[in-house]
Design a protein around this ligand. Structure first.
Ligand SMILES: [Zn+2]
Ligand SMILES: [Zn+2]
Length: 137
C-alpha cells in the first residue's frame, strides 16, 4: 500500500516511485513528474520519429512529441486563428460563406475583414469557441 497523500512528494507518473525529497522529480508536460531514470528513457516522437529523452518530450492529446513538434502543435491551440481568402480566386460571397461554414474545428467566426495592405485578400478571424462562449455568457 502506498501513501498517496504524503505531502509535497511527487510520484513518478511512469513507475510510481516516490521522490525522497520534494521537487527532485522533473515535470514532463502532459505526463507529470517522472523519476530521473524514467526521465532519461528514450521515447519516440509521434510526429517526426526522432528519439528523445522523456525529459525533453511532451505529451499532447495522448501523443508523445519532441519539444519542437510540441511547440508547433500547441500553436494550433492558439486562442485566435486567422485564415485568409483571396478575392482574386473566388467571389466575396463565396468567401463569406466559406469563412462561416469552414470554421476550424472548435472555433467560432468572429469577423471577416479585408487583409491589411491588400485589396483582394480577406481575413477571417476565429476565436476558440470555449472562450467565445465564456465571453458571451
Ligand atoms: Zn519512474
Ligand atoms: Zn518530433
Amino acid at each position: 500500500m502506498q501513501h498517496a497523500s504524503t505531502r509535497g512528494l511527487a510520484k513518478c507518473a511512469v513507475c510510481g516511485a516516490e521522490e525522497t525529497q520534494s521537487g527532485t522529480f522533473p515535470m514532463v508536460v502532459g505526463v507529470g513528474r517522472v523519476c530521473i531514470a524514467d526521465g532519461m528513457a528514450r521515447v519516440k516522437c509521434g510526429l517526426c520519429g526522432t528519439e528523445v529523452k522523456l525529459l525533453t518530450s511532451a505529451k499532447l492529446q495522448g501523443k508523445t512529441l519532441c519539444l519542437s513538434d510540441y511547440m508547433k502543435e500547441i500553436e494550433k491551440f492558439r486562442q485566435h486563428i486567422v485564415q485568409s481568402f483571396d478575392e482574386d480566386t473566388e467571389p466575396l460571397s463565396t468567401i463569406l460563406e466559406r469563412a462561416g461554414k469552414d470554421a476550424p474545428e472548435g472555433y467560432t467566426l468572429l469577423a471577416v475583414r479585408r487583409g491589411r495592405n491588400s485589396t483582394h485578400v480577406w481575413e477571417a478571424e476565429y476565436e476558440k469557441t470555449e472562450l467565445f462562449l465564456m465571453r458571451c455568457s
